[in-house]
Design a binder for this molecule. Structure first.
Ligand SMILES: N[C@@H]1[C@@H](O)[C@H](O)[C@@H](COP(=O)(O)O)O[C@@H]1O
Length: 239
């Protein structure tokens, strides 16, 4: 694993955005695997800034990791709305080539299978990842077994508590989500995992230095040949 530690989140986000730009300009039809969460907003702000300076998204396909079940795409707390608000509506990406799992599909099993077809037909060149304080990636929560493909997941109490900051109260946070599986994440050619703040330090340490374990989904990144961890000093403190 490559590990890059920055004094603060801004410097780290600019670095991440520059790596994304490099992939976008190197390839004719780049596929970006995108993530949501507070970690990602400064990265998307940088990409929007790069777009204002001439970086085009016209040839880009994006595939997001996850979505809450029960929220429509229009719901302000849906991950689709997050992506529209933070990136898509500010750049020239073709909306038809931006994929986010459908959290309000009537047939969720079919929605999962359809999403896997999208992933297999659009191999991800660069996957952006955050990490939960419990070591989840996407919404692959710690469990006795992990799934390889897109699936429905029950969110842990810890994740619900952590994500309540984006909602009015804890009760409004959906208890289930649809997430791409571990195999889909690990199939990406390159992975950037970003983590900031002391809250993430233990999960970062265990993911990098601990055993590979389903109780820490991010630890599976150890088997991937091209992962870069982009951290601030607080998140890197226990390494
Ligand atoms: N499903 C998302 C993850 O994809 C994200 O990486 C993580 C960290 O979120 P944050 O960046 O807000 O700390 O938790 C969320 O629940």
């Amino acid at each position: 694993m490559n590990i890059r530690v920055f004094p603060d989140q801004l410097g780290a986000s600019i670095y991440a955005a520059a790596l994304i730009e490099a992939t976008m300009t190197r390839l004719e039809s780049p596929v970006l695997g995108l993530a949501t969460g507070g970690t990602m907003t400064p990265v998307y702000r940088q990409l929007v800034d790069f777009h204002k300076r001439g970086l085009s998204f016209a040839h880009v396909t994006t595939i997001n990791l996850d979505e809450y079940i029960g929220l429509s795409p229009e719901h302000p707390n849906s991950y689709r709305a997050f992506m529209n608000e933070n990136l898509f509506r500010h750049v020239d990406v073709d909306p038809a080539r931006t994929y986010v799992p459908s959290g309000n599909a009537t047939d969720l099993e079919k929605a999962c299978a359809d999403y896997d077809v999208i992933i297999r037909s659009n191999p991800v060149d660069l996957q952006l990842l955050g990490i939960g304080v419990n070591g989840h990636i996407g919404f692959n929560e710690p469990a006795s077994g992990l799934k390889s493909n897109t699936h429905v997941v029950e969110l842990t109490e810890e994740t619900i508590r952590e994500n309540a900051r984006f909602f009015e109260d804890t009760e409004s946070v959906p208890t289930k989500a649809i997430t791409v599986g571990l195999q889909s994440i690990l199939l990406a050619k390159q992975i950037l995992l970003l983590a900031f703040g002391e809250k993430k330090a233990q999960a970062v340490r265990d993911s990098v230095r601990g055993d590979i374990s389903t109780s820490l989904p991010a630890s599976f990144l150890q088997v991937h040949p091209n992962v870069t961890l982009i951290l601030d000093e607080a998140a890197a403190a226990l390494l």
